[in-house]
Every structure is written in structure tokens, then in C-alpha cells.
Design a protein around this ligand. Structure first.
Ligand code: URA
Length: 246
């Protein structure tokens, strides 16, 4: 279904799955980056998919993928390239980030998104952190998102890049509400990158249809959601498995 050529082909998203097959829509390739180009991704992800992986190993392998995701995000940031000399006296192109870590902000969608903070902070020390608590209304049929808490840095509209952190992209309800809250606080949509571990086509289509300038970095795109709006094959409830609460 999804092709990683210059265009990604997916079905048109709508509220109802019955309409999904009706139309095709093309998403630009620069909307979503996967980690398919990194050979270890399949190995690392398969450890998480295994229902017998215990909490200790689930954390270990999640953290390893998150490190790769954050490295990928950093590689997409503006760089200044200057000529420097290596110890052998030869000249090379030296890359440094155009913006300082303080000009970045990461917003975690509590609780699962909190699992990604350590890797972000260890690579971008000085980054500011925002938090948002959005939960799916499990009683409702469409699992609609409800906002419980939101605290962003005061000057969030001045940040050069906002990384939204949430490991699972299912219906897109939570991340879209988060994007909307950021926009309500003056953030430019084009400055938002969503960093995610496992996504699905439904969620990606939903983000792109509402916020076409947002970018997504995800380790893998899974094909479908089940009737409980869990990603399939997926890896189950990420928060429960990472924090050992089940
Ligand atoms: N949240 C999860 O933890 N897993 C899913 O499959 C979907 C949402």
C-alpha cells in the first residue's frame, strides 16, 4: 500500500473505515520519513512486537530505536557547513546545527511520550520540554481524544522546531489535538516534527489532511488498525509495556 518512492500512495482517510478504499490520495514523500534505510530497524522492532518480551528488554530495545529516531530528526535540521582540518591536515566539510538546543522544544504526549524524553535530552541537552495529557475516550466508538492537561514553555511560538513525542500513531486523534494546541499558542505548523515509533496509514493520512506542513519521522508504518483502534501487527499498549504497568 505504501510506496517509498517520490510519492507515498495511500487511501483517502475519512472518519469511517468503510470509506477508506474509495479514493487514493498521494502524500508527498517529504511528509513522512521511516527508518527503513537503517538495517537494524527490523531487528530492533521485532523485539518489541514479540508479546513475550519483558519490560526490561522492551525498554532496552525501545530506547535504541528512539535514539535512531532522534538522530534522524536532528539530521533533518538546518546545518551550517564549514571547512575544517582533520588531524591528517586535510580539509573536510564540518557540519554543525544552525540552532542551539535551547531553540528547540520537545512536547511529550503523556504517558507513552515520556519514554522518549531521555533520548531527546541526551542528544539535545538544553532543549525545553512541554507536556500535554490527552487520552482517548475508551467508551466512545471513535475513541475521541480528550485534553486533560497542557503546559508549554512560555516562548514556545519562538522555538525554531517543536518535536512532538508519542511512540504510537493510531487514529491520530491525540497528536492532532496536540498540534492544534501548539498552533493556538502561536506555533507555526511548518516548525512541527512528530517523532513516532510505530505509525499506521490511517493516522498519517489524518495528520496530513489537517496539517499538511507537519513532518513525521517514524520507525515503521503498519498496515491497519483493529476494532479497538490498536495498530496491527503493532506491539500492544506501548505505555503499559514500557512502564511495566501490566
Ligand atoms: N496506543 C498503543 O499503545 N498501542 C496502539 O496500538 C495504539 C495506541
Amino acid at each position: 500500500m505504501v510506496e517509498q518512492s517520490d510519492k507515498i500512495l495511500v487511501n483517502q482517510d475519512t472518519e469511517s473505515n468503510t470509506q477508506l478504499q474509495q479514493e487514493n490520495v498521494q502524500l508527498p514523500a517529504n511528509f513522512v520519513t521511516t527508518l527503513n534505510h537503517i538495517a537494524s530497524t527490523k531487528y530492533l522492532l521485532s523485539q518489541l512486537r514479540d508479546k513475550n518480551t519483558n519490560t526490561y528488554n522492551f525498554r532496552f530495545f525501545s530506547d535504541r530505536i528512539m535514539r535512531l529516531l532522534v538522530e534522524e530528526a536532528i539530521s533533518q535540521e538546518p546545518m551550517i557547513i564549514e571547512k575544517r582540518q582533520s588531524p591528517t591536515g586535510s580539509e573536510y566539510d564540518h557540519y554543525r546545527l544552525k540552532f542551539s538546543p535551547e531553540e528547540y522544544c520537545a512536547v511529550t504526549i503523556i504517558r507513552a511520550g515520556d519514554s522518549m524524553i531521555n533520548e531527546v535530552i541526551s542528544l539535545l541537552q538544553g532543549i525545553t520540554i512541554g507536556k500535554i495529557l490527552i487520552q482517548r475516550d475508551e467508551a466512545s466508538e471513535d475513541k475521541k481524544p480528550i485534553l486533560f492537561y497542557c503546559k508549554f514553555p512560555d516562548n514556545i511560538q519562538d522555538k525554531k522546531r517543536i518535536f512532538i513525542l508519542d511512540p504510537m500513531l493510531a487514529t491520530g486523534g491525540s497528536v492532532n489535538l496536540c498540534i492544534q494546541k501548539l498552533k493556538d499558542n502561536g506555533v507555526d505548523e511548518s516548525n512541527i516534527t512528530f517523532i513516532n515509533l510505530v505509525s499506521c496509514e490511517d493516522g498519517l493520512r489524518k495528520i496530513h489532511s489537517l496539517y499538511p506542513q507537519v513532518r513525521v519521522i517514524t520507525a515503521a508504518i503498519d498496515p491497519i488498525l483493529n476494532e479497538h483502534k490498536y495498530i496491527v501487527p503493532g506491539l500492544g499498549d506501548f505505555g503499559d509495556r514500557y512502564f511495566g504497568s501490566r
